[in-house]
Structures are given as C-alpha cells and as structure tokens.
Design a protein around this ligand. Structure first.
Ligand code: GLY
Length: 347
C-alpha cells in the first residue's frame, strides 16, 4: 500500500473481488462509474458482480473523445442524478477515461472525490498515477486540465485480460521510458528477451508506480524533476495530435511515444553525446514492441507547428527532456530548431 501526497491511496490487488471490497463507497451520497464503450462492455460486468447501487456514465472510446463534449455528458449525468459535493466518480478505464473523468470530477461543483480503476497497462503504469487530469482542446493534447489527486487508485492486472494485444503493447512505451530514466537494466533486459505472454506485468507495474511516486512526492506540479516524465512526449504528443486530428489511421498513445522516444534519443546523441551503442540498444527494444506508422512530409510540417506551440515551451524555445546517458535525464533542454527539423526529416 502506498500513500501519495495529498492522500491518494494506491493499492494492488490479485483479484477484482478484493479490489471492489476496497472501494471507499460508504461515505458518499451517491456513486457514479464512468466507463467508455470498451470498459462498459468488458470491465464493468467484472465490477458489478461485486458492487451495486451506482449510476453508470457511458462515454465514447478513444482519445478523439477526450474533449469538452465528453465532459458535458459527464456533468449532465451528474446533474440529472442530483450529484452533490459528497458524490463519488469512479473512473473505470484507460488513460482517456482517467484523464477526462479526473478533470470532470475535479471541477464539478468545484471538485468531487474520484477514484481511478485503471484497466490498461498504460493507465496502470502512468496515466492513473500522479493526479494530472486533462482533456484535449483544438489541436492540442491535454490543453485544458488541472492537478488533482484521485482519492484512491486501485490496480488489478485481471483487467489486462480484456485488452487487445496492440493496446497492451502500447503501455510498454511508458515502461521503457521509466526504465530509461532509472537505468533499470533488469527491466530493459526483460523487455529485450521476452515475448508479451512472458512479461511479469505485476512487477513491471509496481516498479513504474514506485518510480512515478518518488518523483511526484518531490514535484507534484511539474516545476522541476517531474519534467523527466515528459521525455519522448514532446514529439510523441505532437505526432499523436496529428493522427487524432487529421488521419483515419489510429495511433495509440504508446505508439506515438515510442516514436517520440526514438527521435528525442537522437536529439540526445546530438546535444549531449548520449552513447550511440546504448541508443541503438533502446531502438532495438522499441522496434521489437512497436510497428511504426510512416510520416508524410505534410504530417512532419504539422508536427513541427504543434511543437512550436507546445504547452511546455519557454520563450518560443521548444522544451524537451533529453538524456546525457541512461539514468541521467536532462530536463529543460532546448535543441536548435534545425536539429529538431533534421531528426523529424530522418524518420
Ligand atoms: N505522464 C507524465 C506525468 O505524469 O508527469
């Protein structure tokens, strides 16, 4: 059991029965479960075997729906069912459900309690941890949001059985990111040498959660060391946005981050002499888990425009977290515009 700053309780469970028993329901006047089309179909029945007496809010799946329209549906349902400030929202889903549900709850009546029950590897390792809540706005990922901790984060790998392989693999990008930041050779070796079915998800998730907590306890609001966690995401988010806004091809968050990690590692080689042999070894691991979408010249131009408007930028300079070496992240790195364009062109 882990207590996060501002009392978010993170717990890992072996089965859903135990998880459901741990939900702090009693002190709430009413309970709402937010589910997307997928978790409504595959995960909610696993939970409703164990708990009852709640309202269900069903929203559309996919990051394209992580927007104000979805929040309006959530707020409307809360209003229609007379939710008050003692109501509870349980976010049952992946990153999209946790991000949008966390944001909707954080501002509803100036804030009601919410719990995350992450159902994807991505959400268990990253999105549900750390109290970043947001929706996309215009062309920008996570453009509108807030920092607010969930009351509880309840994790059970049973939910991973409901995922298609591609969705499961998407979460591996964040595990690789955390292993690069901590220079965790054992995790990198596990990811290099094993197939999906052989991975020890419970221990991989626990390590990611521990690492994220150690960072967030020191810097909740992303002012200093939390920026480490943005590595791969400056380019990754821009790529994800371009596919969300202008492409029929689906691109999952982890798939975009995998490209972002590769290109930002190239920038690290250029800017900080990051050892090429280690960069190649990370590229090999990423290539093993991800099959990449090619990027057209038009998409690269769009990606660059989004980078130039990234929320982390400072004085018109594009902000990255690069690496001097594995385990040695360099926050607030500002590579030259030409270098950024060159690595994009090289993809
Ligand atoms: N996903 C990055 C962070 O939580 O700070």
């Amino acid at each position: 059991m882990l207590l996060m700053k501002k009392q978010s309780l993170i717990r890992h469970f072996n089965n859903i029965e135990q998880l459901a028993a741990a939900i702090q329901l009693k002190k709430h006047s009413s309970v709402f479960v937010l589910a997307d089309e997928n978790t409504h179909r595959f995960c909610l029945p696993m939970l409703t075997n164990e708990i009852n007496d709640f309202h269900v809010i069903k929203i559309k799946s996919g990051d394209a729906n992580k927007n104000i329209t979805t929040c309006q549906i959530i707020w409307q349902t809360l209003n229609d069912n007379h939710a008050d400030r003692n109501s509870l929202l349980i976010n049952l889903g992946g990153g999209m459900v946790c991000d949008a549900g966390g944001f909707a709850a954080s501002v509803y009546k100036r804030g009601i309690d919410f719990i995350h029950i992450p159902t994807t590897l991505m959400a268990m390792c990253d999105a549900a941890i750390g109290g970043k809540n947001a929706i996309n706005f215009e062309d920008f990922k996570n453009n509108i949001g807030c920092f607010q901790m969930p009351k509880q984060v309840l994790i059970c790998t049973e939910f991973l059985k409901t995922l298609p392989e591609r969705e499961l693999k998407s979460g591996i990008a964040e595990i690789i990111k955390h292993a690069m930041l901590t220079n965790d050779k054992a995790i990198l070796k596990q990811l290099r040498n094993n197939q999906l079915s052989d991975l020890d998800f419970k221990s991989l998730i626990k390590k990611s959660v521990q690492f994220k907590l150690s960072i967030i306890e020191k810097d909740f609001k992303d002012n200093s060391i939390r920026k480490q966690l943005n590595t791969g995401h400056t380019i990754g988010h821009a790529i994800e946005s371009v596919f969300l806004n202008h492409s029929k091809n689906k691109l999952l968050h982890g798939e975009a981050v995998a490209i972002g990690l590769q290109l930002e590692l190239l920038l690290s080689v250029i800017q900080y002499n990051f050892p090429i042999s280690k960069a190649n070894s990370i590229f090999e691991i990423l290539d093993k888990w991800f099959h990449y979408q090619p990027l057209t010249d038009n998409q690269k131009t769009e990606i660059f425009k989004l980078l130039a408007a990234d929320k982390k930028n400072n004085n018109n300079k594009i902000n990255f977290t690069l690496f001097a070496d594995l385990g040695k992240p360099k926050i607030d790195s500002y590579p030259k515009i030409e270098e950024i364009k060159n690595v994009l062109a090289a993809w």
